[in-house]
Design a protein around this ligand. Sequence first.
Ligand code: BTN
Length: 330
Amino acid sequence: MKADKKADILKLLRECGGYLSGQELCRRFAVSRTAVWKAVKGLKDEGYQIEAIQNKGYRLLASPDALSVSEIKSRLQTKWIAQAIACYDTLDSTNLEAKRCAQGDWENGTLIVAKKQTAGRGRRGRSWESPAGGSLFFSLLLKPEIAPDKAPMLTLVMALSAAEGIKEATKTDCGIKWPNDLVLNGKKICGILTEMDTEMGYIHNVVIGTGINVNMKEMPPNLRQNATSLLLERGEKTVRSVLLAAILRHFEKNYEVFLQTKDLSRLREAYNRLLLNDGREVCVLDAQNPYEGVAEGINAAGELLVRKKDQTLAAVYAGEVSVRGLYGYV
Ligand code: BTN
């Protein structure tokens, strides 16, 4: 049985909470009893605990923290994002795979997920450590009709959506370090990398890749000072598919708002509420002319407004420079 049907059965079992008869499942999905049995067996093999009792039917007892197509589909609440999904145990990078998918004409909104990356990419040419065992690595392939210079704003749209998704799925408030790091208790838990394929002022596609430290029990020594995981901060595991579905739902909503104006004018307030740099002293690491000032939120273009010592207001463009807090990581 295809992943779609397995996802449908999973969703129904989860929603119903109790027993669903084999007959009812056959009727709902217009498939044979054998097909239902096979799907249930497939789900059990993937680690789902499903009880089967004669004359009562099937009941879902427990789900693993799986990142399969069926699991993700069974949690999705989006209208068009992630209609096409590809999941891998190991990839070089979900961003690279999304770019390959773009060559193969995969649709707008395609979602790529990996449990582990061997060549995870970070911003500014850095790498992104991506071991298996508890993180969330995913990329979205988008084909927006916007000018290339607007694309960096999508990183901020994802930062806002990821923070909202984390809040919804885990009741945890994280903040944003401009432009796009999510921070919890002073340490980074999420990074976002947007890459695009353009030609003569036209965007072929944009890939937004997100990495979240979810259930990592400890951080690698080289990252420990500035990075943490949701598990380390909350002391509780998070079901990654639930978190992913929440983020995608918020992203779809925010992305549609973004597309109406092709800027952040209608998302700016929500973003600024989460912005940790707001009202703080920052150092703008401009290669030619570094300077200090106080951050005053973002403008509609996603630039960070910085009040300089001489009281003039500078708008800092994300692609151009980086900003460091004067005290600590934020
Ligand atoms: C950063 O440097 O803060 C951005 C890190 C982005 C990492 C994610 S993990 C999923 C996607 N695939 C990649 O290779 N990178 C992004």
